[in-house]
Write a protein that binds this ligand. Sequence first.
Ligand code: FAD
Length: 444
Amino acid sequence: MKKATVVGAGLVGSLWSVYLAKRGYNVDIFEARPDMRDASLSAGRSINLALSDRGWKALEKVGLGDQIREVAIPMYRRVMHAMDGSLTYQPYGKENQAIWSVSRGGLNRVLMDLAEREGNVKINFEHKCKSVDLEKGSATFTNRNTGEQVVSDNGLLFGTDGAFSAVRKAMQRTDRFNYEQEYIEHGYKELSIHPNEDGTHKLEKNALHIWPRGEFMLIALPNMDGSFTCTLFHPYGGEQGFDALDNDEKVRNFFKSTFPDAYELMPNLMEDWHENPTSSLVIIRCFPWSKNGKVALLGDASHAIVPFYGQGMNAGFEDCTIFEKFLAETNEDWDKAMKLYEEERKPNGDAIADLAMQNFVEMRDLTGDPKFLLRKKIEGKFSTLHPEKWLPLYSMVTFSHIPYAEANAEGKRQAAIMEQVMAMPNIEEKWDSNEVMELMNKLS
Ligand code: FAD
């Protein structure tokens, strides 16, 4: 009988278990937290995520596309909110291209349901991984209620237990394992904008809203119930950093003066502020991602990145797609498939980690800059005229399956070209002229 153990029933672990089950494996999942589908547990705050093409592809493969689309909201453009309340718009891609706002909890529940429906997957909740045997591909878990120790000895073990993975921790103690962890200056806090009384959204529904403010930003993604989940990405230190915002008056004044239009829509600001934690953001890189052809890492356990490209989960889902491809190609030779998987994915994990930091600067600072918006318009026009020559970086990352590392390299080449184009005299007036398009054609 084919058997596997999966540590962590988060987004990636649940999906990967479905893939394994479809290959005929009996899968034992161990998840530290209680079952989030248990109605007696509080529903908690709604937190959403942006799902894009790489994520969709992995979901379509297990037949989930339509079901998720029904509870997802397409966001066709960014709406930037200036200090004076004026709005500017930037489409994400071509007409009808969108990133999709989905409930993190909702998606995780559907994936767990699907895994269990396969018939050969069992999720053991409230079982925390305590130790791992990398030679055997087994792990020991503690039942959080009874303290009982359970050993899962299936000979194949997958660490999908997130950024602070216990499976990875065991690998970290082995020779020649590289590991790097970096907390960025910024943390985040989730806030909300409640729906209108009739259940409609208080801001444009089919958009991702950004209040770019240089060193920091507020963003808002729509939920199905008419609310928005807002996230303040903000430095801990500095005169107005999280640490300095240490009483209600300071928080209110900060919002009133920095995000006046959002503040008007957030009568519940202080309640959210106190209820929701301030959380840190970490980047984790490591290698290898597998051991002995028996243990492998997927998702945040192997590549935790900052959330500014909306790609963490998408990249984790793409891990499943790629791993599955190599399993098929090697006829399920796990040793070979694990090596091929980590060799292909590692440079791409590194690339999306870099791109995500780069996009933070773009979102918090550049989206408020007219020159940047003009550059995007020029690229957009050229790309429409010559799609074979130019796919904007954002589209390569979000609306394609081009490996992240290739997208990153192509993005650098494009940036160098755009520097020359933006240096043309009077570019503001003639941005869509033949002269500009011809120069782009020549350079690209
Ligand atoms: P996780 O979601 O962390 O799941 C790990 C699971 O393992 C959890 O259920 C945990 O309880 C369990 N676990 C942990 N340790 C143990 C243990 N010792 N034993 C047993 N179980 C254990 N990504 C996007 O694609 N789009 C976005 O818009 C986006 N927005 C984000 C916004 C924010 C603020 C943040 C912080 C992240 C965002 N991400 C986004 C990234 C995304 O959340 C992660 O990439 C994704 O959740 C990774 O999934 P995972 O299954 O690998 O890990």
